[in-house]
Ligand binder design. Structure first.
Ligand SMILES: NC(=O)c1ccc[n+]([C@@H]2O[C@H](COP(=O)([O-])OP(=O)(O)OC[C@H]3O[C@@H](n4cnc5c(N)ncnc54)[C@H](OP(=O)(O)O)[C@@H]3O)[C@@H](O)[C@H]2O)c1
Length: 294
């Protein structure tokens, strides 16, 4: 299958390229230099040249504070950009795998969100990603809308300036003797390698629809940091942040845990528990460090 990956040099995109290529698919990694998704013309011209049978859209304007400051631009990319890709893939009969987010929910539920739960985004980022979901679902019947959460991968996130949460914690542990991390925001930290594997499994099926796609279980950011330090034998004093110590500039859900109900009901779920995902990430990281120092 000819697969085009939009955002092909991003944190998730790079793992998606490798995962499809490993299964023998012909992958074209598309960068922002190749196309501008907010322009229908740009998407149409490029797809006419590449002629993909499946498109994975990982591209987004996903810096939450910047989205709040520039709602028009956020809608142009996250909403209209998704619509443009859906329109062109629908015209050509290509399948669209579109990445969305746990931030479509307000976090009030207190138990894991399933696909049928009503979204109620708290901020511009979540609202514009939700509009993108609706455009995809109403425009191209061959769609997979895949909501994920708190992602981290071996390649840096381009929008957030390099370090993922794991790398940030390990860097700070070398610079400080004490760290304070929020313990009132709950997520399912999800490695990009597992999302990529899940996208391949979906892309090879015809079970179109809306999917939650995160690791099993959940933790606060404080618990995630504690696991990172425990698994790497890092000695540091880790404390929960005091209430109001790190005030959020933009409202975010306090509890955005997703249940992979649809994946499980179709026996398609590939995700491990979040801690096993972290162990795997750290093992690969250690292996790479050994290879570099050898
Ligand atoms: N970060 C999280 O915890 C999280 C949680 C849930 C869902 N997500 C979703 O996960 C996806 C992937 O995130 P990521 O960490 O891989 O992001 P990333 O590293 O910032 O990669 C995004 C890619 O999209 C490209 N891009 C951005 N705007 C574009 C546009 N207008 N036209 C064409 N290409 C454009 C970027 O290119 P340039 O850098 O050159 O602009 C980059 O290659 C996003 O859809 C995001 O909403 C993220």
């Amino acid at each position: 299958m000819k697969v085009a990956v939009i955002g092909g040099n991003g944190q998730l995109g790079r793992d998606v390229n490798s995962a499809f290529a490993a299964e023998g698919h012909e992958v074209t990694a598309l960068t922002h230099q190749d196309l501008e998704i907010s322009s229908l013309e740009s998407v149409r011209t490029l797809f006419a040249a590449v002629r993909p049978e499946a498109v994975v859209n990982t591209a987004a304007f996903h810096h939450v504070e910047k989205c709040e400051a520039e709602p028009g631009l956020a809608f142009a990319i996250n909403g209209m950009g998704a619509r443009n890709i859906a329109l062109v893939t629908a015209e050509t009969g290509a399948t669209l795998l579109h990445i969305s987010t746990d931030y479509v929910f307000d976090g009030q539920k207190g138990t894991p969100y399933v696909e049928e739960d009503l979204p109620a985004p708290l901020n511009v980022y979540g609202n514009t990603k939700l509009s993108g979901e609706f455009f995809v679902r109403s425009t191209n019947p061959r769609h997979f809308v895949v909501r994920t959460s708190a992602i981290y991968g071996e390649s840096p996130c381009r929008a957030k300036g390099g370090l993922n949460f794991v790398e940030l914690m390990l860097k700070l542990s070398k610079e400080k003797t004490e760290l304070r991390v929020v313990d009132d925001e709950f997520v399912s930290p999800t490695p990009t390698a597992q999302i990529a594997k899940q996208l391949v499994a979906l892309g090879q099926s015809s079970d179109y629809g809306l999917y939650h796609a995160t690791t099993e279980g959940s933790c606060s950011w404080f618990e995630f940091a504690a696991a990172i330090f425990e698994l790497t034998n890092t000695r540091i004093r880790l404390e929960p942040a005091r209430p109001g110590e790190f005030p959020a500039k933009v409202p975010r859900p306090k509890y955005s845990v997703l249940e992979n109900q649809a994946l499980k009901s179709k026996s398609l779920n590939v995700f491990t528990h979040w801690k096993a995902g972290l162990e795997n990430y750290l093992a690969r990281r250690a292996q790479t460090a050994t290879l570099i120092s050898a």
